[in-house]
Design a protein around this ligand. Sequence first.
Ligand code: HEM
Ligand code: NAG
Ligand code: NAG
Ligand code: NAG
Ligand code: NAG
Ligand code: NAG
Ligand code: NAG
Ligand code: NAG
Ligand code: NAG
Ligand code: NAG
Length: 324
Amino acid sequence: MKTNILLLFVCIVFSLLSVGQGDCLRMNFYSHTCRLAEETVKNITWKHVSSNPALPAKLLRLHFHDCFVRGCDGSVLLNSTANSTAEKDAIPNLSLAGFDVIDDVKTQLEKICPGVVSCADIVSLAARDSVSFQFKRSMWEVLTGRRDGNVSLASEALSNIPSPFLNFTTLEQSFARKGLTVHDLVILSGAHTIGIGHCNLLSNRLYNFTGKGDTDPTLNSTYAAFLRTKCQSLSDTTTIVEMDPKSSLSFDSDYYTILKQHMGLFQSDAALLTNKDSSKIVDELLDSNDFFIKFNKSMNSMGAIGVLTGSSGEIRKKCSVVNS
Ligand code: HEM
Ligand SMILES: *[C@@H]1O[C@H](CO)[C@@H](O)[C@H](O)[C@H]1NC(C)=O
Ligand SMILES: *[C@@H]1O[C@H](CO)[C@@H](O)[C@H](O)[C@H]1NC(C)=O
Ligand SMILES: *[C@@H]1O[C@H](CO)[C@@H](O)[C@H](O)[C@H]1NC(C)=O
Ligand SMILES: *[C@@H]1O[C@H](CO)[C@@H](O)[C@H](O)[C@H]1NC(C)=O
Ligand SMILES: *[C@@H]1O[C@H](CO)[C@@H](O)[C@H](O)[C@H]1NC(C)=O
Ligand SMILES: *[C@@H]1O[C@H](CO)[C@@H](O)[C@H](O)[C@H]1NC(C)=O
Ligand SMILES: *[C@@H]1O[C@H](CO)[C@@H](O)[C@H](O)[C@H]1NC(C)=O
Ligand SMILES: *[C@@H]1O[C@H](CO)[C@@H](O)[C@H](O)[C@H]1NC(C)=O
Ligand SMILES: *[C@@H]1O[C@H](CO)[C@@H](O)[C@H](O)[C@H]1NC(C)=O
C-alpha cells in the first residue's frame, strides 16, 4: 500500500513535469478496478487465435505501430474523421489487422467494467496473449495503466513508422527517437519470426536493386531464386511471402538463424548485419531462450513509449472513435 502511494506520488510529479511517464505503468493495474480484465483479454484473444493462426503477427505489429506514433495510446485504432486522415489509413498501414479482436475484447470489458480498461492496454495485452497462445503461458510481462489518446494522423504514421528500405544508420535513428537502443532494434526485429510481407516491399532486391536490373548482392542467391518464383515482377503489390520461411507461424529465434544465412526478407532486416554492434547482438540471439528473455525486456521498453497515464488522455468507450 505504501509503495502504491509513493508510486502514485512519483507519477503525479512526473506527469506534471511531462517526463518519464512510462515509469507509471505497473503490473496488474486493473486488479482492483476490473479484476477479470487481463483474463478476459486473454480468453477472447486465444479464442480468435485458435481459429486464425495468422493473428499473432497482426496484433504484434499493431502494437508496434501504435507505440511508434504518439506513443502507445491506442491512436492506431482510431478511424479517420471528416477532418483528419487517421494512422490506419496511412501508406504503412499495409495489412494492419486485428481491429475486430480489439473491438470484441473492448465490448466484453465495457460489459463487465465500463469505462475502466483503455484501448491502448488492450492492444498491448492482446499482442502478448496472441503470441503466447502457442506456448499456453505468458511469454512476456505487460505493465498496464496506459490511457487513450484522441489524435491519430496519417502523416505521423508516415514519418514515424520505419520503412523496410532503411539502412542501419536510419533504423538506429528511428529507434533512438523513441528512446530505444540498438539492442532493442535487433531484439524487436525478431518479431519478424512470424508473419508475412508484401512483394512490392522487397522486389527491388530481386529485380532492380541499384536501377540496373540487378539483384541485391547481400541476398542469398538460392533464396532470391525462390523469392522470384513468388514475386514475379516489380509491379506485384498483392502477393505475400512468409518472413521466416517455413516457420512463419511459430514464434522462435529462427529469424536470427535465417538472417545469418542472408535470408532476411527486407533491406531493414539485412541491415542488422551491416553494423559491428548489431551483428554481434544477432549472434547472441541465436539461442531461443536468450531471445525470449530479452524480447520480454525490449517489449517493455517499446510498450512504455510516450504513454499517457494518470489523468492524461481518456478511457475510450469505443476503440475506433474518441469519446464525445
Ligand atoms: C525495425 C524496423 C521495422 C521495419 C522496417 C518493419 C517493417 C515491416 C514490414 C514492411 C512488414 C510487412 C508488412 C506487409 O507487407 O504486410 C512488417 C511486418 C511485420 N512486422 Fe515489422 N518492421 C519493423 C519492426 C517491427 C517491430 C519492432 C515489430 C514488433 C515488435 C514488428 C512486427 C511485425 C510483424 C509481426 C509483422 C508481420 C505482420 C503480418 O503478418 O501481417 N516489426 N514489418
Ligand atoms: C477464461 O477461460 C477459462 C478457461 O476456459 C475459464 O475457466 C475462465 O472462467 C475464463 N475467464 C473469463 C474471465 O472469461
Ligand atoms: C470504424 O471504421 C470501421 C471500418 O471502416 C467500421 O467498421 C467501424 O464501424 C468504424 N467505427 C465506428 C465507431 O464508426
Ligand atoms: C471538423 O472541423 C470543423 C471546423 O474546424 C469543426 O467545426 C468540426 O467540429 C470538426 N469535426 C470533427 C469531426 O472533428
Ligand atoms: C489502409 O489505407 C487505405 C487508404 O490509404 C484504406 O483504404 C484501407 O482501408 C486501410 N487499411 C486498413 C487495414 O485500415
Ligand atoms: C520478464 O522479465 C521480468 C523482469 O525482467 C521477469 O520478472 C519475468 O519473469 C520475465 N517473464 C518471462 C515470462 O520471462
Ligand atoms: C543510409 O540512408 C541515408 C538516407 O537515405 C543516407 O543518407 C545514408 O548515406 C545511408 N547510409 C549508408 C551507410 O548507406
Ligand atoms: C530500374 O530502375 C531504373 C532507375 O530507377 C529505372 O529507370 C528502370 O525503369 C527500372 N526498371 C524497371 C524494370 O522498372
Ligand atoms: C543460403 O541459404 C542456404 C539455405 O537455404 C544456406 O545453406 C546457405 O549457406 C546460404 N548461403 C549464404 C551465403 O548464406
Ligand atoms: C484531447 O484530449 C486533451 C486532453 O488529453 C484535451 O485537452 C483535448 O481537448 C482533446 N481534444 C479533442 C479533439 O478531443
